[in-house]
Structures are given as structure tokens and as C-alpha cells.
Design a protein around this ligand. Structure first.
Ligand SMILES: CC(C)(COP(=O)(O)OP(=O)(O)OC[C@H]1O[C@@H](n2cnc3c(N)ncnc32)[C@H](O)[C@@H]1OP(=O)(O)O)[C@@H](O)C(=O)NCCC(=O)NCCS
Length: 224
């Protein structure tokens, strides 16, 4: 459990978003180990590649170590210039994946791009769309975002479906290099005005009252 002393010094460590059996929370050391081991058991099928950096390929130990290194570095980037907030996803208290958001110059732009993964064993059961709906709720309702974006490779059906289901609007496409070859990503965007249109539908997806902790202190740090 994250200590009050840490939250005092680093307010992001106190972030928790809860809705019924679903929780998003700051990744402390214990949760990080669980998530690293979860990723080591598999994040995608061998034939698929949902990420620009193929971090989830290889042996279990190697993948788990990459998760540690990535998350240790991400912890340091909770600042106004290059805000990154990586939250662990727990279902009934069990770690199932990560939901992240990142954006430059937060006080001026108030825009973040979301990213996510679930352990293979937890995919395809509706957790992905619920956690995205909860993340959108957190960023628009609690953090005061003006815009949230996302991108998914054209061949990643589940990720594209999650963005459309939660109400993002298509925002073009981009060509990127994936494992040495050209690949197309679809871009998605949700403005605050769009959020207000789809908020109720997302509340229904979330399926429970949302409780947040730690937001005021984090905003004070980011906007000081
Ligand atoms: C992308 C991801 C987070 C989605 O979470 P999930 O829990 O598996 O997805 P859900 O069960 O909530 O399903 C969401 C939608 O995708 C559809 N879907 C799920 N798996 C699918 C599949 N394999 N093929 C096609 N559609 C699929 C569902 O029907 C649903 O659509 P709907 O809401 O219109 O009915 C998860 O699959 C994952 O972590 N994948 C590997 C990593 C990844 O791709 N990360 C995102 C990178 S952009």
C-alpha cells in the first residue's frame, strides 16, 4: 500500500479511481511486480503486434523486466511538461492490466493520449471497454481534460472497437514503422464537447458510481 509520506511528496502516488469491482490506481512496487509477471504470461498472440515498440515479445522474464524498467521511468514523468500517468487496472482486487495517459504541456493544452494493455488471460471479457470508459471519466470529470486521443493499428480489432464503443471520433490515420515494416494506425479523438454527448453511455458501460482519490493534490502539483 502506498504510504502517506510518498503521497505527500509525490501526489500522483495517491491516485485511485474506483467503480464497483473495477479500480485504476497508481502502480506502487507491489502492484508493479504483479503487473510485470502478468505481462510475462502474455499480452498478445505471437502473430499479432499491437505496439510500436515490441516490448511484449520474448521470454516471460525479459518481458517482466521491460515492464519494470518502463514503469520505473514513467513514474518520473508526472510533470506539467510531459505528463504521464500510468495506472494499474484491478478487477475484484486482482491486477489485470495497465491504462495509461500522457500529454505534453498539460496546463496549456489539457490533452492526453491513452494507451492500455490487459494480460491475455483477461482479454475479450469487456474489461477493456469498461476501463477505457472509467479512464475517460477520470480525465474529463476529475482532471478537467479538454481532449483525449488514442491510436490503434488497423489490424487491432479489439482496440479499434474499444475507441469506437466509448465514443471517440475517427481522426485520420498515420503510417508508422512496426517491426521493420510500414503499418497503418487509426487515430481517434474525443473533445470535451463530444464527452458531454457520450458521458451517459459511458456511465452505463462503467456500471457503478465512480469514486476518485488524490485528484486535487495532483492538479495542484501540475498547475502550481
Ligand atoms: C485492446 C484491449 C485493451 C481491449 O480489451 P478487451 O477487454 O480485450 O476488450 P473488450 O472485451 O472490452 O472488447 C471491446 C470490443 O472489442 C471487441 N473485441 C474484443 N476482442 C476482439 C477480437 N479479438 N477481435 C475482434 N473484436 C474484438 C469486442 O466485441 C468489443 O466490441 P463492442 O464493444 O463493440 O462489443 C485488450 O484486448 C488488450 O490488452 N490487447 C493487447 C494489447 C493492446 O492491443 N493494447 C492496445 C494497443 S493500441
Amino acid at each position: 500500500m502506498t504510504t502517506n509520506r510518498l503521497v505527500e511528496l509525490w501526489p500522483a502516488a495517491g491516485i485511485r479511481v474506483r467503480a464497483g469491482d473495477l479500480e485504476l490506481r497508481w502502480i506502487d512496487d507491489e502492484l508493479l511486480l504483479d503487473l510485470a509477471e502478468l505481462a510475462g504470461r502474455g499480452v498478445h498472440e505471437e502473430r499479432a503486434m499491437p505496439f510500436e515498440t515490441p516490448w511484449a515479445r520474448g521470454g516471460a522474464r525479459e518481458i517482466a523486466q521491460r515492464v519494470l524498467v518502463y514503469q520505473w521511468a514513467a513514474r518520473t514523468r508526472v510533470d506539467r511538461e510531459r505528463l504521464t500517468l500510468e495506472l494499474g487496472v484491478l478487477l475484484d482486487g486482482r491486477p489485470v492490466g495497465v491504462q495509461s495517459a500522457a500529454g505534453a504541456d498539460w496546463p496549456t493544452l489539457r490533452e492526453v493520449e491513452t494507451g492500455s494493455w490487459l494480460g491475455l488471460e483477461h482479454q475479450g471479457r469487456g474489461i477493456g471497454r469498461r476501463m477505457r470508459a472509467l479512464m475517460l471519466h477520470f480525465w474529463f470529470e476529475a482532471m478537467g481534460a479538454e481532449c483525449v486521443t488514442s491510436a490503434a493499428f488497423a489490424d487491432n480489432s479489439a482496440s479499434n472497437a474499444v475507441s469506437l464503443r466509448t465514443g471517440y471520433e475517427p481522426d485520420g490515420r498515420q503510417r508508422v514503422v512496426r517491426e521493420g515494416s510500414e503499418a497503418v494506425q487509426h487515430r481517434y479523438r474525443m473533445s470535451r464537447a463530444r464527452w458531454l454527448e457520450v458521458r451517459e453511455a459511458n456511465r452505463a458501460l462503467i456500471g457503478a458510481e465512480v469514486e476518485t482519490e488524490g485528484v486535487e493534490a495532483l492538479l495542484a502539483q501540475l498547475e502550481a
